[in-house]
Design a protein around this ligand. Structure first.
Ligand SMILES: [Zn+2]
Length: 168
């Protein structure tokens, strides 16, 4: 089966930075996404995979804009230490709502520094500002179910429970 809109694609993937420093690699059954512009995967890689089949291999270079965005210094914030649990340390990630945001604006923050009664938070993705080199191999292609298409994501064996009576 060829990769097209509304197919579920499984890949093994090996990611380095532009200098070939290892960043991450899929393990086990690999990475699975719903193909067809659902914002489930990097659009630039989806483009390369369109019409391809199991066994297809390619290497795609992603500029920061194609990957996790440019580094945005405005996403760095300083908060009071007292707002956080006692056992925080640099490198920890958690979810938070921006000062002037609502619950829809939930973002991920990384604690980058703790000094005295202040905590420095960085809302940039850890890979923001980086160009990535992704080697991908297609290992499985199947038709998406109607429910997956409606939900715009994959329902695998390990799919976390969620309310399937409403579209989310
Ligand atoms: Zn779902």
């Amino acid at each position: 089966m060829k990769i097209a809109k509304n197919t579920v694609v499984t890949l093994s993937m090996h990611v380095t930075d532009a200098q070939n420093n290892f960043i991450e690699q899929t393990s086990g059954e690999g990475f699975t996404y719903l193909h067809g512009g659902y914002d489930d995967f990097f659009p630039k890689i989806e483009e390369q995979l369109e019409g391809k089949d199991i066994g297809f291999e390619t290497e795609v270079q992603l500029d920061p804009d194609d990957a996790f965005g440019e580094y945005d210094a405005e996403l760095v914030r300083v908060e009071a230490r007292s707002l956080f649990p006692a056992d925080i340390e640099p490198g920890m990630m958690f979810e938070g709502i921006p000062e002037d945001g609502s619950e829809d604006d939930l973002e991920f923050y990384t604690i980058t520094d703790i000094e005295g009664d202040k905590v420095v938070l960085d809302g940039n993705h850890p890979l923001a500002g980086m160009a990535l080199r992704c080697k991908v191999t297609v290992t499985e292609v199947r038709a998406a179910t109607d429910e997956e298409i409606e939900h715009e994501h994959v329902h695998g064996d390990d799919h976390e429970d969620h309310d399937h009576t409403t579209v989310h």
